[in-house]
Unconditional design. Structure first.
Length: 145
């Protein structure tokens, strides 16, 4: 339910920074879901760091494209998030949806899907390292003068 809400919110925002905030919230929720589901924090933490570094590249790119556009927090979205949190607090459903997810986590890292997931993680890691190497302090959209 939360992922659906943040996905809908991501499609309806009109400012790039709002979209990046929605993506960060989805990533943090996914990290928390993986931690609660597997009990191990390391894999989720590595995925969190790799994906957030990609989001920071997007943030830097968007900041260079719209430097003078004012970012305002809309009252509707603040109220929607507060309403969602109150509904989650008052509901009897756990944060994982009240489902037994032990089989789902085993299927997530099945042999067929595992190769694809590791490939995607390696691609994200390589892109992050490439961006760090290519962009220096004195080059790129946010230069230090």
């Amino acid at each position: 339910m939360i992922i659906l809400f943040f996905g809908l919110m991501f499609m309806l925002v009109d400012h790039p920074m709002s979209g990046i905030i929605c993506v960060i919230m989805i990533i943090l929720y996914y990290f928390m879901f993986m931690f609660l589901n597997s009990g191990a924090i390391w894999f989720g933490l590595v995925m969190l760091l790799v994906v957030l570094s990609g989001v920071m590249v997007l943030f830097t790119y968007m900041a260079s494209l719209t430097p003078n556009e004012k970012f305002e927090v809309r009252m509707f979205w603040s109220g929607a998030i507060v309403f969602l949190m109150i509904c989650l607090y008052l509901s009897d459903v756990s944060i994982l949806g009240g489902e037994d997810t032990s089989l789902m986590s085993i299927k997530l890292w099945d042999l067929d899907i595992d190769v694809f997931m590791m490939f995607m993680l390696l691609v994200l890691l390589m892109v992050m390292l490439l961006v760090i190497e290519v962009v220096g302090k004195f080059l790129g959209p946010l230069r230090v003068d």
